[in-house]
Write a new protein. Structure first.
Length: 702
């Protein structure tokens, strides 16, 4: 829908590529309607229209009219008698929020206790309540939320196998708690957009739990114990959110900018709910230019760095890149003219698929190609089995992989994973790979060890669609992390971190070994003090001995967005000595204003002359987000980088600058307006034209 015609420097799009893409769309759209829905319950939740004050008191009349949802309370198998400390749960919702009210009776309210005040810390030593939410779609994770009596929040994404946890996720929700005569109460409001970023859905799976701190054992074994035992839970009870029945959402958009090509065009996004457990999306001419630029990073290795995906269409498929062998890497894909995406569950199967058509780009020279990836997995008891295939097709040439993977949960804390893959493309030999991992993880201990085999041409075949930074290896790796609680008026805990890695080429030549040792002390007044040291051997054109010592000092001001971290490193890297300073600030001056700043300064010694890898420089990254009102948001992203290399006695400098500013206006429930500007002196990321550009985007949702 671009109003300017484009010439294709690589010739016309191959008929077979178009046909493959169209066939995928037809099969994809025609088949997904056959999938069934879950049984649901709408008797335990009530819709409201009046506003609620989140103050910890459940004194509004609407709370008393809401039905009790106590049947959704999960009681661990070792705590079958809770009459003394009964819990009442009520659930409300409107078009924007899900409200949860807890009334926690306690026969000894004077013994209610809580000490944790830092967000995302372990709350199990406090009187606290917990939510486990399944949005019944593609993601193999639960949303986990918790709050203690002090109102301290913790949230994370948790693998449905129950052994993996990602505390970096922070949802948009608030909570307040109050100690009262009967015990204590908690009031929680969850923004539905944080659970359903793809749009309004009909239902969710949910379960609740409560910890009475003085009644629990301190020797739990799993991440979730004693709040939830996933082996006992099975499928979470499903609740219907009445009124949220938008199964089909059609969003056209128009866009214009002042870039050197004076672009004007538009596109279309179609999303639909096939069932409560299956989502589908088709997009035509999606626009990625309003996404943030990729961050600049200092690379001390000789490998390609992996960048996180920031484009919404591909971010929703990030679960396809969760295996030890990364068979799909969406950053390989540039501008696309169209794509289809399906994700969810069909019966007991996890189903996900993606197919896109990449178009030739003026800006980055992308070749016309079709990228496709498909995954199917099934969990039965403690076993999970999956198959995955990824493929790139261009100019009659294909690259890709097919693989199988499995995971077995030996106990809530111990699991074993395996993966095998065969690649195809330019090379027909040396194209196999496998990985085997075992890990044990509880509150205070993480142990991991693994073996990986990569054929000497495996990466050559995979990298057009996946991410294998280095192949030709037999690799052994191990990790040991141990936390030691310290009962001291100053020291809160000690963390010991030990990592080992060694690999040989497929011909038996020792190519690398690496040993990392670290110790971090957490103080009771929220300081972190630590030191890490690395010794490394690398064999390239000759043998190298690299060393790095890193010292860190951090301060956490209670919330996740209130952190300051200073890291100082020095060492020797491929015969060049260096020192590096990093400063990370994450501040939240007000509830509506967030600032992130990251400074990196790397300096090589004078002896680094004529070493291509030795580039000194500065990197500044600044990100600010402002919530001006319920319907107006602003964001600024600034990045400046200067790298200098000493070559033949003359300094060669490479400076890059990027500034992006956006204003988002929600003009109505369906009409969205975005205005912004970009100024990039050298290309960052995938779609970044040079020079200043202003743009305007309007989209309407049907």
């Amino acid at each position: 829908m671009n109003v300017h015609s484009k010439s294709d420097p690589n010739g016309q799009i191959l008929t077979m590529k178009k046909s493959a893409f169209v066939v995928f769309l037809l099969v994809f759209v025609g088949s997904v309607f056959a999938f069934s829905q879950f049984e649901r319950d709408d008797s335990l939740i009530r819709r409201v229209t009046e506003p609620l004050s989140i103050d910890g008191f459940l004194d509004e009349e609407i709370w008393q009219l809401a039905p009790e949802a106590n049947s959704l309370l999960h009681i661990p198998s070792d705590r079958s008698d809770l009459k003394r400390d009964s819990t009442s749960i009520r659930i409300l919702f409107n078009e924007e929020f899900l409200f949860i009210g807890f009334r926690c009776l306690d026969s000894e309210p004077d013994k209610i206790m809580a000490r944790t005040q830092e967000r995302d810390n372990d709350l199990r030593v406090d009187d606290s309540v917990y939510l486990l939410i399944d949005v019944l779609s593609e993601r193999p994770v639960y949303y986990f939320l918790a709050v203690n009596v002090l109102g301290t929040r913790s949230d994370a994404l948790i693998e449905k196998e129950g052994t993996g946890l990602d505390p970096r996720w922070n949802g948009d929700w608030e909570a307040a708690c109050r100690i009262q005569d009967f015990g204590w109460s908690a009031e929680i409001a969850i923004d539905l957009n944080t659970l359903f970023p793809m749009g309004k859905l009909e239902s969710l799976g949910i379960s609740f739990s409560r910890v009475v701190a003085r009644d629990i054992s301190l020797f739990w074994s799993g991440i979730l114990d004693p709040m939830f035992n996933l082996g006992e839970l099975g499928r979470l009870p499903v609740l219907v959110l009445k009124g949220m029945d938008d199964r089909l959402r059609i969003t056209p958009y128009v866009l214009g900018d002042t870039s050197r090509t004076h672009y004007a065009g538009g596109g279309l996004d179609v999303r639909f709910r096939v069932s409560d457990s299956l989502d589908a999306q088709v997009t035509f001419f999606p626009d990625f230019q309003n996404e943030e630029a990729d961050p600049e990073l200092m690379n001390l290795t000789r490998f390609e760095l992996k960048y996180p995906e920031k484009r919404d269409f591909f971010r929703e498929a990030d679960y396809l890149d969760r295996m030890p062998l990364s068979l799909f890497y969406s950053k390989r894909i540039g501008n696309i003219t169209g794509g289809a995406h399906v994700q969810g569950r069909w019966g007991g199967m996890e189903l996900s698929g993606l197919s896109v058509l990449q178009d030739t780009s003026f800006q980055n020279g992308d070749e016309t190609a079709n990228f496709s990836v498909f995954r199917l997995a099934r969990t039965a008891g403690n076993w999970t089995m999956g198959v995955q295939s990824s493929n790139k097709l261009t100019d009659g040439q294909v690259w890709g992989t097919v693989g199988i993977d499995t995971a077995y949960r030996i106990s809530p804390a111990w699991r074993v994973d395996g993966q095998f893959a065969a690649s195809y493309g330019e090379y027909e030999s040396g194209n196999l790979a496998m990985a085997l991992r075992t890990a044990y993880r509880n509150k205070k201990l993480l142990f991991h060890c693994g073996y990986t085999h990569l054929g000497d041409k495996f990466g050559e075949n995979v990298n057009p669609v996946g991410f294998i930074p280095d192949d030709n290896r037999h690799e052994l790796d191990a990790v040991l992390e141990k936390t030691f609680p310290v009962k001291h008026k100053v020291i809160g805990s000690l963390l010991y971190d030990s990592r080992y890695d060694i690999y040989w080429g497929t011909d038996g030549t020792l190519r690398s070994w690496q040993v990392d040792q670290g110790l971090v002390m957490e103080t009771v007044n929220r300081f972190s003090i630590g030191v890490y040291h690395r010794e490394e051997f690398k064999l390239y054109e000759k043998e190298f001995r690299n060393k790095q010592t890193r010292m860190l000092l951090g301060f956490n001001l209670k919330e996740e967005w209130q952190k300051v971290l200073l890291m100082v490193s020095f060492g020797n890297n491929f015969d060049a000595s260096y020192d590096m300073i990093e400063i990370v600030k994450r501040l939240k001056p007000t509830e509506d204003f967030i600032i992130e700043y990251h400074l990196t300064r790397l300096k090589y010694s004078r002896q680094a002359k004529n070493m291509p890898h030795a580039r000194s420089g500065w990197i500044h990254n600044l990100r600010m987000v402002v919530h001006m009102s319920a319907k107006v948001n602003g964001k600024i992203y600034f990045q400046y980088n200067t790298k200098t290399r000493v070559a033949q006695g003359a300094k060669q400098a490479n400076k890059r600058f990027s500034l992006q500013a956006f204003l988002d206006f929600l003009l109505s429930d369906s009409l969205f307006l975005q205005v912004g500007t970009r100024n990039t002196t050298t290309e960052f990321g995938l779609e970044r034209p040079d020079g200043p550009t202003a743009f305007c985007r309007v989209q309407y949702m049907f």
